[in-house]
Design a protein around this ligand. Structure first.
Ligand code: SAT
Ligand code: MN
Length: 588
């Protein structure tokens, strides 16, 4: 049904497409123009093939369900490789394969893999088309589902192609679902060649190559060379009742409530405050000549975890997915609406595998996802399209820790903040394949996404303190501390109370307690009015147990030592300062 819609005069791109086609042997080639009609025609095609089914069009207009292969529901970190020339450039944080060996392996797997299929060419731009901070790529794929998702997630098609033709430069991404055999599944990155090759999976992070593969793994490498940062961070705009605006970038490991924070709704008592979303997952940070950090969101859509989304906890996300959304691996109600754990209404009937729902089974897969354009978000900020991005006031790191970490603390300065970020640990969730609930180190929430050696990454972060004295303040938050009764902090919209303190600290409007781990709020400086939370409970949320912290610092040191000689000594200096101070504190 698809005709060759357009090609390009750009030789580099043309030759590359030809080269890939001669290896993969598709029946036809289709160049995507990124129009809405084109999106609709892809949807129609997938409705015919059964790749999509239409959801209740009265209640969920223009929404579709996709059921993935049951073995293909999450990122696969053990099959994800950085194929730099030097093994040490990839570092202990990555799987590494020699680039030549990797190419040979992949050439075998890609050989003829598109026979009987169409090869789609997707030119895309990560970031606003007219921003000098943006970077372009082209993804080749044989999956119409990937095309439809890229349409929602990126700025793709004709305008991106035009920019690529002007720049004569793009990240090359080659993707095939192959035969979905997990034994033949690889997500490989060649940073020196600015190339990504992914086969055997149709899942988001493995297949939508603009996202984690390009905007984080390849971009982090580019950012190292070009003195910027590609980070796994949401970006929010917060406006207080005095109409002052603040921009906060925050990094959390997958499925730690990033989408909720990015789309936060001010709680009762915060009338006159507005929170808008610039981005929910990735931020590219650039420093201007005054040493101010500016951030753009390279993406144009959200690929969010569905379970838990409802009108009470995250009304914006809930509203955003009432129309024009693709749902992947959710269940169905008896009237053909999507259903997931945490949805407050509807009668679940069919599970994510398409079977009659049985008691004790998940209806939606825990890592089921929605894909939706960012513009569907009622609190979408127009500044997400601003070529200059937004000036960042504060950087926030967080993890899921049922013990140890207080609700919020502030790093003493940038370098200490780098230690705080590098030390992030979080209990694992369903976003990645593997065990759930184990604490793992996830520096800057970048463990699965940093395209080069973490030791060099920490040095790069530290280098900014020498370049500017105008950097954002750095904070750490933990929404997930528990006592016998469960989570102590109510979370969700109430997290604005914590952001409120963070902003006051950035404005130098409030003092704080200096503790060994950083600055903690003075009693009563976190606004709890209207919350049913006692002073004792607040004390529990902020309790610092020095012995537990010393153990934590030991485990952080062990983790750092895995990176050997390339580790910046400054980070160990920062570490030692905290340890000495904890020892002193515990002997007081
Ligand atoms: O799983 S994805 O990488 O597609 C999304 C995420 O984890 O943020
Ligand atoms: Mn993410």
């Amino acid at each position: 049904m698809f005709k060759q819609s357009m090609t390009t005069n750009n030789e580099l791109l043309n030759n590359w497409v030809k080269e890939v086609a001669s290896l993969t042997k598709p029946d036809s080639i289709y160049w995507c123009n990124g129009s809405n009609d084109e999106y609709q025609s892809f949807v129609e095609k997938m409705l015919e093939t059964g790749d999509l089914s239409k959801l209740n069009s009265e209640t969920f207009p223009n929404c579709y369900l996709h059921r993935s292969d049951q073995s293909d529901v999450a990122r696969v970190e053990h099959l994800t490789f950085i194929c730099s020339k030097e093994k040490d450039d990839a570092g202990p944080n990555n799987n590494w394969m020699d680039p030549q060996e990797a190419h040979e392996k992949l050439d075998n797997l890609f050989e003829g893999c598109m026979e009987g299929r169409t090869l789609y060419v997707i030119p895309y731009c990560m970031g606003p088309i007219d921003s000098k901070l943006s970077r372009c790529g082209v993804e080749i794929t044989d999956s119409p589902y990937v095309v439809a998702n890229m349409y929602l997630m990126t700025r793709m098609g004709t305008p991106a192609l035009k920019r690529i033709e002007d720049e004569n430069k793009f990240v090359k991404g080659i993707h095939s679902i192959g035969d979905l055999d997990p034994e033949k599944r690889f997500i490989m990155h060649f940073p020196e060649e600015e190339t990504i090759r992914s086969i055997g999976s149709g899942y988001g992070g493995n297949a939508l190559l603009g996202k984690k593969c390009h905007a984080l793994r390849i971009a982090s490498w580019q950012a190292l060379k070009e003195n910027w940062l590609a980070e796994h961070m949401l970006i929010v705009e917060i406006e207080n009742p005095s109409n002052e605006k603040f921009y906060v970038a925050a990094a959390f490991p997958s499925a730690c409530g990033k989408t909720n924070l990015a789309m936060l709704i001010p709680p009762e008592g915060y009338e006159g405050w507005t929170v808008k979303t610039i981005g929910d997952d990735i931020a590219w940070l650039n420093m201007d000549e005054n040493g101010q950090m500016w951030a753009i969101n390279p993406e144009a859509g959200y690929f969010g975890v569905v379970p838990g989304t409802n009108e009470e906890d995250n009304e914006n996300a809930y509203k955003a997915i009432q129309r024009d959304a693709i749902f992947t691996n959710v269940g169905l109600t008896d009237n053909n609406e999507p259903w997931w754990e945490g949805r407050l209404d509807g009668t679940p009937s069919i599970d994510w595998k398409g079977n009659q729902l049985e008691e004790g089974n998940h209806c939606a897969h825990p890592n089921s996802r929605f894909t939706v354009s960012a513009k569907n978000n009622p609190q979408y900020s127009e500044l997400a399209d601003s070529p200059s991005g937004v000036p960042i006031t504060a950087i926030v790191f967080g993890g899921r820790r049922s013990e140890l970490a207080p609700l919020v603390y502030e790093a003493k300065d940038w370098n200490h903040g780098v230690l705080v970020g590098a030390s992030v640990g979080s209990e694992t969730t369903a976003a990645a394949a593997g065990d759930i609930g184990i604490v793992r180190r996830d520096p800057m929430a970048m463990k699965p996404f940093c395209g080069y050696n973490f030791a060099d990454y920490f040095s790069h972060w530290l280098s900014f303190s020498e370049q500017s004295d105008n950097l954002p303040k750095i904070f750490h938050v933990n929404w997930f501390r528990k006592n016998e009764e469960g989570f102590i902090w109510p979370g969700f919209g109430e997290n604005l109370r914590v952001l409120d303190w963070i902003i006051k600290r950035c404005q130098k409007n409030v003092d704080a307690k200096e503790m060994p781990i950083g600055f903690l709020p003075n009693n009563n400086d976190i606004n709890t009015s209207g919350l049913n939370i006692s002073e004792e409970t607040m004390d529990e949320l902020f309790a610092i147990n020095p012995d537990q912290w010393l153990k934590e610092m030991d485990s952080i040191e062990d983790f750092f030592k895995e990176y050997g000689d390339r580790m910046p000594s400054q980070l160990f200096d920062e570490h030692k300062k905290v340890v000495d101070s904890l020892k002193e504190y515990s002997s007081d």
